[in-house]
Design a protein around this ligand. Structure first.
Ligand SMILES: [Zn+2]
Length: 221
């Protein structure tokens, strides 16, 4: 009867496997945004060196040049993932599109941007809704996949409001540093239940298998 206590771990065919988490900064600007000074190589080096954040979405303003350059540099590192994307200045406020190396077709209305993301199996996210360049309550009219509920350039109040807004709409909440200089990189991340694979990451975000976190609050290793 003691034998079961001697086993290091209960062995059962019904054991559910431990969830696999990826930590990703889902909102980053490089020098291909006019207001950022982050060099693509710096981003790749810092991601490769980071102890647990292993994925980064490059979301330059109205441009996909940055994500193309960063993804090319990152090919040398098998254990990091660059999520290509862009941050579009729509008529009503900023939106992130993840999973694209191309810009959405114009005119850049929120509806068109969300439709484009859907058409390529990408992800559309309402960026920092309750901040400058945010969409505010208008986001209710947009069929976006997620709301950014933790943004590095937004105050506590704006982020809390975004979190409640996402909850009311029943949409997943993502987080990203919105870094424009290297010291701001990886301050915020999204915990995603997925493997290190772009399609799986995008699907997991849409499914809501995400949790936005302050990076300094994570104690996993
Ligand atoms: Zn931004």
């Amino acid at each position: 009867m003691y034998e079961s206590f001697l086993l290091p771990y209960p062995i059962s065919p019904y054991m559910t496997p431990k969830p696999q988490f990826l930590y990703a900064d889902l909102h980053i600007h490089t020098v291909y945004s006019a207001d950022s000074i982050i060099q693509p190589k710096t981003l790749v080096d810092m991601l490769a060196a980071h102890s647990y954040i292993k994925a980064a979405a490059v979301t330059d303003h109205n441009s996909v040049r940055g994500c193309r350059v960063v993804a090319e540099l990152a090919r040398a590192y098998p254990d990091i993932l660059i999520i290509p994307g862009t941050e579009i200045t729509t008529d009503n406020g900023d939106m992130l599109v993840l999973g694209t190396y191309e810009l959405p077709p114009k005119p850049w209305t929120p509806e068109n941007v969300a439709d484009y993301a859907r058409s390529i199996d990408g992800v559309s996210i309402i960026a920092h809704p309750f901040r400058t360049y945010g969409m505010g309550e208008y986001a209710k009219n947009v069929k976006a996949d997620a709301i950014e509920i933790l943004n590095g350039g937004t105050g506590k109040e704006g982020n809390t409001q975004a979190k409640e807004f996402a909850k009311a709409l029943g949409l997943p909440g993502t987080g990203g540093s919105d870094a424009h200089q290297s010291s701001e990189l990886f301050s915020i991340c999204t915990q995603i239940e997925t493997s290190l694979n772009l399609d799986s990451v995008l699907a997991a975000i849409k499914k809501g298998a995400v949790s936005a976190r302050l990076a300094k609050s994570i104690l996993i290793f």
